[in-house]
Design a protein around this ligand. Structure first.
Ligand SMILES: *Cc1c(COP(=O)(O)O)cnc(C)c1O
Length: 359
């Protein structure tokens, strides 16, 4: 029996996608083989990767002057690739420290140049998005990095900083495809696939063309965006099966009405959970107000033993992976695109019952 999986990642995938993949597992079309077994240089596979890129461009409305790259190494490899490729004009970059992933990006980039932390929300365990003071921005920065949705702490940006000509680089690992994005406002967007796009092993990079081709000399060939842009993400073997699954996920999102429809549904789902948290006598959301993520919802009872009991009883009720990140504790419900509203309602119903029994 399938359960409601609230994992932060690898995360739930749409059942329709898994069924389609299962039906095509032994033979893709009339190719006589599984996608997993195909040569990445074959005509059949080229058609798959081309169509996945076209679908992503269409759904996200990606302008012509942006490249889409299908890479490996996770979002974590981007923490090094970004400075290696982008920090080669003035050797400087600005960062907003909104959590663990933002910090890791900052620390890794600090190995390659001068990194300026323009703001941080560490003082309150990253439970909010800090106000940005433009006078702290470095107009000579080669890029300005933000983590758009903070997977661990459950916060999100609602507006972009005004960085002038400095390109914004955004980690969208845990929110890509969850709502419409104006790609033209960014120099680069990147995401590990395992939150909202598909299986682990695929990393998607959307990058403005003029930011490619200026990598530091020390940049490994595989870490140079130019290498992948020049070769249509086929310099070496790309994560072929992950790309194929992404294609199925993109079809699913399109069938649901695209990113605007996805955003409406995600708002509705998040409201079900936040509304309950705001009225509950036992559970409390750790983030308040406009910074609340629509994708990752951390909450606590205030009592560690009760938290552990909740996590264990939820699991027995078919609501799994609800334990909070080890750095925050408590609980976290990740309610990505693929989580149906029924799953969120089932969780709230279970929380109501648990509250009645434990207050
Ligand atoms: C999960 C996550 C990462 C790390 O991704 P990997 O693919 O495991 O390297 C980075 N940033 C954000 C926002 C994430 O949610």
């Amino acid at each position: 029996m399938r359960v409601y999986n609230f994992s932060a990642g690898p995360a739930i995938l749409p059942e329709e996608v898994l069924k389609k993949a299962a039906a095509e597992m032994l033979e893709y079309g009339t190719s006589g083989q599984s996608v997993m077994e195909m040569s990445h240089r074959s005509k059949e596979y080229q058609a798959i990767i081309d169509s996945v890129e076209a679908k992503l461009r269409d759904l996200m409305n990606i302008p012509e002057n942006y490249k889409v790259l299908f890479l490996q190494g996770g979002a974590s490899s981007q923490f090094a690739m970004i400075p290696l490729n982008l920090m080669n004009k003035n050797g400087k970059a600005d960062f907003v420290l909104t959590g663990q992933w933002a910090n890791k990006a900052y620390q890794e980039a600090s190995r390659y140049g001068k990194c300026n932390a323009v703001a941080s929300s560490k003082d309150k365990t990253f439970s909010y998005i800090p106000e940005l003071d433009k006078s702290k921005f470095d107009p000579e920065a080669d890029f300005f990095h933000i983590c758009y949705n903070n997977t661990i702490y459950g916060t999100r940006f609602n507006e972009l900083p005004d960085t002038g000509d400095v390109p914004i680089v955004a980690d969208m690992s845990s929110c890509i495809l969850s709502e419409p994005v104006d790609v033209s406002k960014y120099g680069m967007i990147y995401a590990g696939a395992q939150k909202n796009m598909g299986p682990a092993g695929l990393t998607v990079v959307i990058i403005r063309e003029d930011l490619i081709g200026n990598a530091m000399d020390i940049t490994p060939t595989m870490f140079n965006y130019q290498t992948h842009a020049d070769n249509g993400s086929m310099y070496n073997t790309p994560p072929t099966y992950g790309i194929y699954i992404l294609g199925l996920v993109l079809d699913w999102v399109a069938e649901k009405g695209g990113l605007a429809a996805m955003a409406e549904l995600n708002k509705e789902k998040a409201a079900v959970l936040y509304d309950f948290l705001d009225e509950s006598k036992l559970f409390k959301a750790t983030v308040s107000g406009k910074d609340r993520s629509l994708m990752n919802v951390p909450f606590v009872t205030g009592n560690e033993e009760l938290d552990a009991k909740f996590v264990s009883e939820a699991k027995k009720a078919g609501l799994i992976n609800i334990k909070g990140h080890r750095s925050v504790g408590g609980m976290r419900a990740s309610i990505y695109n693929a989580m149906p509203i029924e799953g969120v309602k089932a969780l709230v119903e279970f929380m109501r019952k648990f509250e009645a029994e434990n207050v």
